[in-house]
Design a protein around this ligand. Structure first.
Ligand code: SIN
Ligand code: FE2
Length: 214
C-alpha cells in the first residue's frame, strides 16, 4: 500500500547542510549515456593517477573535460587549459554533462550554473579520497555539482573544519550532491570503495565534479 506519510520517496531531495543537497537518483535515467560520454572523453585524454605536491600519488584516477582541467603535481594544485599528458586542450565538455550539471544546480537552488570544468574521478575498489576543501576556484559564489555513477560509496560530508563531525552519506549510481553558498568550503571526501561489479560501470565508481573554476 502506498504510504504517503512514511519516509520520503527515494527521489526526494535531502538537505545535508545549509546550501547542500543530496538529489537521489537525479542522474539515474541518463546514467548509461553519461558513462558513454566519460568513455569518449577518456579516449582523448586518458585517466591517470596524478602526483601530489608531497610526492605521493593519488589513488583515484582522473581526467577532465571543459575549458579548465584540475591538476596536481609536485608544484601544487591548480587548473590548466592544457592536459600535460596529451599536450592538447582538454576535450570540450559534452552537452549532456553541462546540461545535467545546470539542471541539478537549479534543482538545488543555484540557477544559471555554467560549469567550465568537469573533473572525472575513477575509483577502483579500495581507493578513497581524503577529507579536503575545493578551494582552487577563482569565484566561490558558484556551487559544486557532484555526480555519482557505477559502484556505490560513502560520501563523507563534514563542515568548516577538518576535525568536526562528518556525515556519512551513502551514494548510489545516479545520485547527485550539490553544495554551495554557506557550505561551499565544507570539508568532504569518500570512504574506501568496496569491491563490486556494476551492470553499467563494471568494477568502478565514477564521479563527475562540475565547477566554475575560472
Ligand atoms: C571530490 O570531492 O573531488 C570527489 C567526490 C566524490 O568522488 O564523490
Ligand atoms: Fe572535492
Amino acid at each position: 500500500m502506498l504510504d504517503l506519510f512514511g519516509d520520503p520517496s527515494p527521489g526526494s531531495p535531502r538537505l545535508l547542510a545549509e546550501g547542500a543537497w543530496l538529489l537521489p537518483g537525479f542522474a539515474t535515467g541518463p546514467g548509461r549515456a553519461l558513462l558513454t560520454a566519460i568513455g569518449t572523453v577518456a579516449g582523448h585524454t586518458p585517466f591517470r593517477q596524478m602526483e601530489t605536491p608531497g610526492g605521493g600519488r593519488m589513488s583515484v584516477a582522473m581526467t577532465s573535460c571543459g575549458h579548465l582541467g584540475w591538476l596536481t603535481d609536485r608544484s601544487g594544485y591548480r587548473y590548466g587549459v592544457v592536459d600535460p599528458v596529451t599536450g592538447q586542450p582538454w576535450p570540450t565538455m559534452p552537452l549532456i554533462l553541462a546540461e545535467l550539471a545546470a539542471r541539478a544546480a537549479g534543482a538545488a537552488g543555484y540557477p544559471g550554473f555554467q560549469p567550465d570544468s568537469c573533473l572525472i574521478n575513477r575509483y577502483a575498489p579500495g581507493t578513497r579520497m581524503g577529507l579536503h576543501q575545493d578551494r582552487d576556484e577563482a569565484d566561490m559564489a558558484h556551487p559544486i555539482v557532484s555526480v555519482s555513477l557505477g559502484l556505490p560509496a560513502i560520501f563523507l560530508f563534514g563542515g568548516r573544519t577538518r576535525t568536526g563531525p562528518v556525515q556519512r552519506v551513502p551514494l548510489h549510481h545516479g545520485d547527485i550532491v550539490v553544495w554551495g553558498g554557506p557550505s561551499r568550503r565544507f570539508y568532504h571526501g569518500v570512504a574506501p570503495v568496496a569491491a563490486g561489479e556494476h551492470p553499467l560501470a563494471g568494477p568502478f565508481r565514477y564521479n563527475l565534479t562540475f565547477r566554475r573554476a575560472g
